[in-house]
Design a protein around this ligand. Structure first.
Ligand code: EPU
Length: 448
């Protein structure tokens, strides 16, 4: 097996963040973490090399590259370009060493089934933000003809009992428009025998980007209205080349970094249409925007006002934007409300912010929007946030990637330095965050 990068070995890092006044400057965002890894998996299906450009250097890419190499693919990385080429032999078992590191192994089942007729992937991980089951993925693969079984270490799937050892098309309706399950269907149905109709599919820009890449590889995919995707299986796919669009989560996070510190950050490289709901939400709070085809700048010279926001599937306010927004709410005038409707436990990071002085109360009720899937459970998925709160420096453990970034934002406006442990979570999803933050003027000391 190839040498594992440090992120795979989970090296914990600590930052000491000093409040440093207004953050100002220019940030360029690369392609999104949640697109690049899926493109890498799609590249497994091509009979020649694929090239993914404008790729971020994030921990999830390191993990995914190591998994592809373990499965027998050649992965070369150079200055933001990732080239993936078939090797001499596909190994259908993703090693258990990758258990719990990210969400990608489950997406590899379909491609491995096409290449070898059987596959094993270890249990998936990712952020601890809800139960994060994989039942939609497994049910979809079963509908496409795979024989799927769970074991204590992971999931085994077989297509060997099917005619020609090939998955077949199916009619699939997702119980919820899951990003990952939609991607599983795309990655599995493109080479299946016959037509697949997927209803209630996710329409997030990263999903559409993956569908376009697969189309470039030769797949027959129709994106229909009403969350319907029709895929006609083809016999083979070729390698393809693409340039990823800028990461909307990263762009939003740095725009908020400028706003919360009373500064102004200009973000290059993320198309406006990927941020439309975020821009309107911040504008309603009093943010002034300058938007061109190349960059977006946000500032709030008159201060910010409270708001009520609920997260949703695309094109709603995305769940990965709520953590920076939560900290921004603590610095806006008045009481704000945030209702998380996508992951039931995505407010688990609130205690770390409370420790830093954020006045946030969490509730199991659906506040600030219509009732969601979690309305009759006990999950604390709504928050009431009092602004303006005086934040203080503290020592905290970062629970996940987006919450980790938020803790840095809170530390940037606190009254004294904060010590943040678990920075590898931020590095899993943000491109060179230490360099980006310091270029904006944030004083950070990295400790091992
Ligand atoms: N769900 C199920 N069963 C499944 C799959 C999903 O019940 O088999 C549920 C989930 O528990 C959740 C909802 O469906 O309540 C939506 O989950 P989804 O499958 O859409 O999320 P995901 O594919 O696991 C991706 C991103 C997340 C992002 C969400 C929503 C990746 C690697 N992750 O997760 O990003 O929040 O879509 O847009 O693409 C992040 O980058 O920090 C992150 C967590």
């Amino acid at each position: 097996m190839p040498e594992m990068p440090h992120i795979v070995k989970r090296v914990t890092q600590t930052w000491v963040v000093e409040p440093s006044g207004p953050l100002r400057g220019d940030i360029s965002v690369r392609g999104s973490k949640n697109a690049v890894t899926k493109h890498m998996v799609a590249a497994m299906l091509g009979d020649g090399p694929s090239v993914i450009r404008n790729a971020p250097h994030v921990g999830d890419v390191d993990i995914t590259a190591a998994m592809l190499e373990a499965a027998g693919f050649h992965v070369a990385r150079e200055d933001g370009a990732i080239t993936i080429a078939p090797g001499s032999e596909v190994r259908p078992k993703v090693p258990e060493a990758f258990t719990g590191l990210n969400r990608i192994p489950i997406l590899m089942l379909g491609p491995l089934l096409h290449l070898t007729g059987e596959a094993f992937v270890p249990l998936v991980g990712g952020d601890p933000i809800g139960r994060r089951p994989v039942d939609f993925h497994v049910d979809a693969l079963a509908a496409l003809g795979a024989e799927v079984s769970y074991g204590p270490a992971g999931i085994t799937a077989k297509a060997t009992g099917l005619p020609g050892g090939r998955l077949h098309g199916a009619r699939i309706t997702l119980p919820y428009p899951s990003v990952g399950a939609t991607e599983t269907v795309l990655l599995s149905a493109v080479l299946a025998e016959g037509k697949t109709v997927l209803r209630n599919a996710a329409t997030e820009p990263e999903v559409v980007e993956l569908a376009l890449f697969l189309q470039r590889m030769g797949a027959h995919i129709e994106l229909s209205p009403d969350r319907r995707i029709v895929i006609e299986g083809v016999d083979k796919l070729k390698g393809a080349s693409t340039r990823l669009a800028g990461d909307r989560l990263e762009a939003f996070s740095y725009l908020v970094a400028g706003l919360i510190t009373g500064g102004e950050v200009r973000v290059h490289g993320c198309p406006q249409d990927r941020l439309v709901t975020a821009i309107t939400t911040l504008a309603r709070m009093g943010t002034q925007f300058d938007i061109t085809d190349e960059w977006i700048t946000a500032s709030a010279p008159e201060g910010l006002q409270h708001a009520a926001v609920h997260t949703d599937t695309h094109p709603g306010f995305m769940t990965d934007w709520q953590q920076p927004l939560m900290v921004l709410f603590t610095q806006a005038n008045g009481m704000s409300v945030l209702h998380e409707t996508v992951f039931e436990n995505r407010l688990v990071y609130v205690p770390a912010l409370q420790k830093m002085g954020c006045e946030i109360e969490v509730f199991p009720n659906c506040l600030g929007g219509p009732a969601c899937r979690f309305h009759d459970g006990n999950a604390l998925h709504s928050a009431v946030i009092r602004g303006v709160s005086k934040l203080h420096g503290a020592e905290v453990e970062l629970p996940d990637v987006r919450a980790g970034f938020s803790a840095v934002l809170a530390a940037a406006v606190a009254d004294r330095p904060s010590t943040l442990h678990g920075v590898h979570h931020i590095e899993r999803g943000y491109h060179h965050p230490f360099d980006q933050f310091t270029s904006l003027g944030l004083r950070i000391k990295a400790a091992a």
